[in-house]
Ligand binder design. Structure first.
Ligand code: MG
Length: 439
């Protein structure tokens, strides 16, 4: 026997049929072999105008399946098509145990990667696989991530008012419900409130835009006065934050951070749009107002320099927008190492599966900072048994294996996706001269 042939024979070991060898490999972790049998997309409005997308992955083991969130309120059908036409046919027959491998291979199989739709697809896949792994292990997902690093997950509430008195009243109500962390928004017009010139008012171009008009300098002038007033009424015990929602440009963002410093906020959120993250270097030099950033981030290069250069204090990605639990726990570890914290985005149109995915990462991560609250109407609790609960400012899971949530498919089907409002667009704010303001 030639030396090369001998080595081959040695490597091959005793003769074993290919199928049996595969079976042996599969059983070395003590678990029976498993394959993905189906990947089904479930959409529902939840009876409330939501545009939720879930991926349900079923396995070769009878009754063993997982559910993931691939939520995208604005490009819903693009995500549905990507899941049904592109991911599912590739996924069938694969081994659901290999979460990291499936995440990495799904990440590169589209060639062009990152971005919202690709990451939503990854998230649906990833959360469902973690759900399956947890159920298979008989443990909640957080146990597989290292176990509880805290007893429950503190959340911040949403408060605000059209005027200062009603803002204070809203903060007090939130405190009475047990919240220690409270976001305060102000004025009329939603995000950017306090900086809007009323519809039809102000000096505008002839025949131009007539609606609410955002004015940066007005906003920077108004908001510090609101926090001065709220602090004078409720003191410094509640931890207050505020969401600018990317409405400011560079130097105005720096100035707002400077002016808010005396009111000792927990953080200011999205003071700059993602296109202007370089400005955080300037901001850091003149203000210690903590910065929370990143609800629209979908690429690691957006948050990586901010975390590693210690330019922000909280990273606010949405778990289902960055690729699920696998991506979120890496962000949490990065935060721990560089002294940043997570504040995963929730609220609004988010779904209960995404909320629970954040919960499992939050409760097991040292890099955790705070979680945004989100509540659901009774019909959603009926439709999705296991929805996490917020009590006195803390988010609690149910301790069941996997993510701990299920979906009643016949009930979900009773609430099909409705017509999308505004042609599927997020609201566009404009200035007096009619130019677009970053949302
Ligand atoms: Mg926000």
């Amino acid at each position: 026997m030639r030396r090369r042939d001998f080595s081959k024979a040695l490597l091959a070991g005793p003769a074993m049929p290919a199928a049996a060898a595969q079976e042996y490999q599969r059983r070395v972790n003590g678990l029976p072999p498993l394959t993905i049998k189906d990947a089904k997309v479930i959409t529902t409005s939840g009876g409330r105008g939501y545009r939720w997308i879930f991926l349900k992955i079923t396995t070769s083991e009878p009754g063993l399946y997982g559910i993931g969130s691939a939520g995208n309120h604005y490009q819903t059908m693009a995500v549905v098509a990507a899941l049904e036409k592109h991911l599912a046919p590739w996924l069938i027959g694969k081994d659901p145990d290999r979460i990291e491998d499936l995440w990495q291979s799904a990440h590169v199989r589209t060639y062009w990667r990152n971005g919202p739709i690709n990451n939503n697809v990854l998230s649906g896949l990833d959360m469902a696989l973690w759900d399956i792994k947890g159920k298979r292990a008989g443990m909640p997902v957080y146990e597989l991530l290292g176990g509880k690093a805290r007893d429950a997950v503190p959340c911040y509430d949403h408060a605000g008012g059209a005027d200062k008195e009603s803002a204070v009243e809203s903060v007090r109500k939130s405190m009475e419900r047990g919240f220690r962390h409270i976001r305060v928004q102000f004025g009329e017009g939603g995000y950017g409130g306090g900086g809007f010139i009323r519809a039809g008012q102000g000096n505008r171009p002839e025949g131009g835009y007539k609606g609410l008009a955002f004015d940066e300098e007005l906003y920077v002038h108004t908001i510090p006065g609101v926090f001065e007033y709220v602090r004078s009424k409720v003191g410094y015990e509640p931890k207050l934050c505020h969401d600018v929602h990317s409405h400011l440009s560079g130097i105005n963002a720096v100035e707002l951070a400077r002016r808010l410093q005396p009111y000792q906020l927990l953080f200011v959120e999205d003071i700059l749009p993602p296109e202007q993250i370089q400005w955080f270097r300037n901001l850091r030099q003149v203000s210690t107002t903590p910065q929370a950033v990143g609800e629209v981030f979908t690429h690691p290069f957006e948050y990586l320099p901010l975390i590693t250069e210690r330019l922000i204090d909280y990273v606010r990605c949405r778990v289902s927008a960055i690729g699920g639990i696998t991506a979120a726990r890496k962000v949490a570890v990065l935060c721990e190492i560089f002294g940043c914290k997570t504040a995963f985005q929730e609220g609004g149109e988010n779904d209960p599966v995404n909320q629970l995915a954040a919960y499992h990462v939050d409760i097991s991560s040292t890099g955790f900072g705070i979680q945004e609250e989100n509540g659901f109407p009774p019909v959603v609790h009926e439709m999705m048994p296991g929805v996490a609960e917020i009590r006195k400012g803390y988010l609690y899971g149910n301790g069941k294996p996997g993510l701990g949530i299920d979906i009643n498919e016949p009930l979900a089907a009773k609430y099909p996706l409705g017509e999308i409002r505004d042609g599927g667009a997020y609201r566009t704010d404009r200035t007096l001269d009619g130019a677009v303001v970053k949302p």
